[in-house]
Ligand binder design. Structure first.
Ligand code: NAD
Ligand code: ZN
Ligand code: ZN
Length: 358
């Protein structure tokens, strides 16, 4: 019997373009589950992976891209647990050891054995060193990594597993620090795939004033449609503009930086109130110097949220199912993945690019 084949968009060479090719369709063994992919999101992290220098990331090539995936359970290994064949699911993406206390609590994004896993180059999760979901099928190591989505459309569900989950986790981190009295304000820098969902999640789960910043007018229009109270293009005086817009003119209570470049971090530091909160989500290569006394406002807390927990993925799916979060999508056929990825690179995407079967 010849092995069944399937299409896959592969990372074959560091710095090289994504390659649409054919590979063997995996067969689930033991606890593994095979998913028929119905949608796979394209993330700016895919560009960071494609562009990485050899050795910069602890992954072996080749592997299939795609870390934001929704689909239907197609087949289960004999020991598999969790959703049954035919059930519609999203895939929880940060694959940890599954055994440490963090993983046991559903926080595989902060698996205690990450460094050991990296050392043996087993990858951070699907599409990040391990075969991902820009393909007809995806092999998932365990049913514990699947979250049911019911009748949520696949193109809505897939982006929740990274863009939605990461934004939700970042908002969860700053939410308890926001002042209850006297109107909190939160700046969102970068209103792309993650940022437009952060704006909605802030509106749905806090009473903060949401101030959006981007370098594109279209992104600000999207921020407005998502419920931002104010939007502005990045300009030399933007930090001052944000400070004035915050309650009392003393600076914003929190910044969610979905860019992470030198200019966005400079803006964040300039706009924050003393004792404020900075969550750096974007991997834009910027750096901050921590020194006392130094340029950072006194009392500022900095966090580097990475992806999110499995329970948070369930919460963000629930928000989407009740209509409180809606992903703005641009859909492309799987066979057009290289063009879709190029379009994201050129900065023309509104919301999230999603690949669907063709
Ligand atoms: P995206 O391209 O969809 O969105 C980025 C947005 O930022 C765009 O609207 C762009 O116009 C805007 N922008 C660019 N430079 C800017 C600047 N200097 N100031 C203001 N706005 C600016 O990207 P995305 O998929 O939403 O990802 C955002 C970042 O988050 C990427 O760096 C990605 O790698 C990272 N990311 C991190 C995690 C994590 O767990 N920490 C998870 C997913 C993505
Ligand atoms: Zn991502
Ligand atoms: Zn672990």
């Amino acid at each position: 019997m010849s092995t069944a084949r399937m299409r896959a968009v592969r990372m074959t060479r560091w710095g090289g373009p994504p390659v649409l090719t054919e590979v063997a369709r995996p067969i689930p063994r033991a606890d593994e589950v095979l998913i028929r992919v119905e949608a796979a999101g394209v993330c700016r992290s895919d560009l960071h992976v494609l562009d990485a220098r050899p050795g910069a990331l602890p992954y072996r090539t080749p592997f299939t891209l795609g870390h934001e995936v929704a689909g239907r359970v197609a087949e289960r290994g004999p020991g598999a647990t969790g959703p049954a064949v035919g059930e519609r699911v999203v895939v929880y993406g940060p694959w940890g050891c599954g055994l440490c206390s963090r993983c046991a609590a559903g926080a595989e994004n902060y698996c205690d054995r990450r460094a050991d896993l990296d050392a043996v180059r087993t990858g951070t999760g699907l599409g990040l060193g391990r075969d991902g979901g820009m393909a007809d099928y995806l092999l998932v190591p365990s049913g514990r990594l699947l979250v049911p989505v019911g009748d949520l459309p696949a193109a809505q569900a897939a982006p929740l597993s990274d863009a939605g989950l990461t934004a939700y986790h970042a908002v969860s981190g700053i939410r308890p620090t926001l002042p209850v009295e006297g109107g909190a304000s939160v700046a969102v820098i970068g209103v792309g795939g993650l940022g437009h969902l952060a704006v909605q999640i802030l509106r749905a789960t806090t009473s903060a004033r949401v101030l959006a910043v981007d370098v594109r007018e279209e992104a600000l229009a999207l921020a407005d449609a998502c419920g931002a109270h104010f939007g502005t293009l990045l300009r030399p005086d933007t930090a001052e503009v944000l400070r004035r817009r915050a309650d009392g003119g003393v600076g914003v209570d929190a910044v969610l930086d979905f860019v992470g470049s030198r200019s966005s971090l400079e803006l964040a530091v300039g706009a924050l109130r003393s004792g404020g909160e900075l969550a750096v989500v974007g991997s834009g290569g910027g750096e901050l110097t921590v020194r006392k006394p130094g340029a950072l406002p006194p009392g500022v807390r900095i966090s580097l949220p990475f992806w999110g927990t499995r329970p948070e993925l369930e919460e963000v799916v629930a928000l989407a199912r009740k209509g409180a979060v809606r992903v703005e999508t641009e859909e492309f056929a799987l066979s057009s993945a290289p063009e879709a990825i190029d379009r994201l690179r050129s900065g023309r995407t509104r919301g999230r690019t999603v690949l669907v079967p063709d």
